[in-house]
Write a protein that binds this ligand. Structure first.
Ligand SMILES: [Zn+2]
Length: 315
């Protein structure tokens, strides 16, 4: 399960590019990024609660004092990438159109509800999210929305936003800084953890991996896990292809969706953290193959993952 990340806090990944790395792995422990230009900075994502976000902003203050954060990009609409927005509300907050839709659907109130859900679902939610404090979070949504691609000038530094979703979520922005050959991927890349396909289709995520592999970049700042390289992108691609193939075979054989999630052997991917995300991923494949299958809400999705997690020793 969750392990300590050897390098946490602010890490320089280029001339003016920084990563903010979570202190440990696990659900909700997301990374962020900072691109510093002349007299202005761009922040990639805020964190899951106000305490974590304030701690990050304090640690970045020596850098942002001379280059204030004028722009914030939320890579997508999962709370661990935007619940801290109220602490940077003076900046222009930008996101892809699909991300805004996700934020409107699931905010801090829904997460608080999930953690008090009855039974196994609530127990699982408290176990993975219990360390976060959703109290006092006012949802501050992006004031600027884009479709496709958006180019920004951050104090003379070119920054490209590309929406590669819907894939992980309804909108997934990657942030490319060509001069430094750095790309902040949001949750299109999990390093050392299992990717979760909340939205799909899988084909879009595979295409996003191909786009990343084709970019002139050699430093990948993932949404979760340590700073990495294109190898992590290839690993994600391999996992997604494998799970899609395995789930499709079981769908075709008429196996019920949760039976398929229990039945699939993850092989070389079995050691990735949060392997219970397989339950969501298989459900997403089944929905692609049978669009009449109804979507699951938050408690439905976390309930399925809880079932899978508790079938493993140590839960
Ligand atoms: Zn995340």
């Amino acid at each position: 399960m969750a392990s300590v990340i050897p390098s946490a806090g602010r890490v320089e990944v280029g001339d003016g590019c920084h990563a903010w790395l979570a202190s440990r792995a696990g659900w909700g422990m997301s990374n962020a990024g900072l691109v510093v230009g002349r007299g202005a900075s761009l922040l990639v994502d805020t964190l899951y609660d106000l305490r974590l976000t304030a701690e990050m902003l304090d640690a970045l203050a020596p850098v942002t004092a001379a280059a204030p954060i004028e722009t914030v990009v939320n890579t997508h609409g999962n709370g661990d990438h935007w619940f801290g927005n109220q602490l940077v509300a003076q900046a222009e907050i930008v996101a892809a159109r699909g991300s805004l839709a996700d934020m409107r659907q699931v905010g801090p109130a829904e997460m608080r509800q999930l953690t008090v859900a009855p039974g196994l679902t609530g127990r699982f939610a408290r176990r993975i999210f219990g360390a976060f404090d959703y109290a006092g979070i006012e949802p501050v949504l992006p004031g600027r929305v884009f479709d496709g691609e958006l180019g920004l000038d951050v104090g003379g530094t070119e920054v490209r936003l590309i929406d590669v979703g819907p894939a992980h979520s309804a909108g997934d922005t990657i942030v490319h800084v060509p001069r430094d050959r750095v790309v902040y991927t949001g949750d299109i890349v999990f390093a050392g953890a299992t990717p979760v396909v909340w939205h799909g289709p899988f084909a879009n995520w595979l295409a996003a991996c191909d786009l990343l592999l084709g970019l002139d970049a050699d430093t990948i700042v993932p949404g979760h896990g340590p700073v990495t390289t294109k190898k992590a992108v290839r690993d994600i691609r391999d996992y997604l292809e494998y799970v899609h193939e395995q789930a499709t075979a079981r769908f075709t054989a008429g196996m019920p969706v949760m039976d398929a999630a229990h039945d699939i052997r993850l092989g070389r991917f079995a050691d990735l953290d949060e392997s219970e995300r397989l339950a969501v991923n298989v459900h997403t494949v089944y929905r692609e193959l049978d669009p009449s299958l109804p979507p699951l809400d938050g408690p439905g999705l976390f309930g399925r993952m809880a079932q899978l997690a508790c079938s493993h020793p140590g839960f």
